[in-house]
Design a protein around this ligand. Structure first.
Ligand code: HEC
Length: 163
């Protein structure tokens, strides 16, 4: 009788163990959405990061923030946005290296010119330089065969940041 109780107890513990293990596996599977092996996981992450469009969505946001920062004379914020925009562009070139060539005029001319006006805290020069900056965005769009992406000088304030 006593032996039977021990057997029953052991069997119950094993059953509980199996159920617990299965639940754990199910949970692990659910959280490992990216794939079952390293190759699948890497491919999935690359896909999730996206190509150049994600970079450009960020660029568009920073472009708008940058413009209003200059309008407001919020020079620290303007410099921050231009730096972050460049950083995001560099990350984009890691994903899409072929795009880098067309951006040379933007990175080597338009960006340093605008940066100079920010560092001089010169609002008039900033606004003038911003027109060239915008047209440099569009030059790259033409070169990269997306001429329908024509950016304009922001007309409506949508930035949430104001000094
Ligand atoms: C490499 C040159 C290059 C430069 C420089 C560049 N762009 Fe782009 N942009 C592209 C390409 C290419 C696309 C299309 C995205 C794609 O094909 O994945 C694009 C798309 C966009 C889009 C549409 C994104 C979307 O999917 O909704 C916006 C907005 C944009 N760019 C804004 C800008 C602004 C603002 C600047 C300048 C501050 C700029 N771009 C500078 C190459 C460039």
């Amino acid at each position: 009788m006593k032996r039977l109780a021990v057997y029953l107890f052991t069997a119950m513990m094993i059953l509980i163990g199996v159920v617990a293990c299965q639940t754990e596996t199910a949970q692990q599977y659910e959280t490992r959405w990216a794939g079952e092996n390293l190759e699948e996981i890497i491919a999935s992450f690359e896909n999730q990061f996206g190509g150049f469009d994600k970079t450009m969505m960020e660029t568009g946001y920073r472009y708008n923030e940058l413009y209003w920062a200059g309008q407001d004379g919020n020079w620290a914020y303007a410099e921050y946005q231009l730096d972050e925009m460049l950083g995001s562009l560099e990350d984009g070139f890691i994903r899409r290296p072929d795009r880098e060539l067309s951006s040379a005029q933007f990175v080597n001319q338009a960006v340093p010119q605008l940066m100079e006006t920010i560092q001089n805290e010169d609002r008039e020069a900033f606004l003038q330089s911003f027109v060239r900056f915008a047209s440099s965005c569009n030059t790259c769009h033409a070169m990269e065969e997306v001429p329908f992406v024509q950016v304009i000088i922001p007309e409506l304030r949508t930035s949430l940041v104001k000094l």
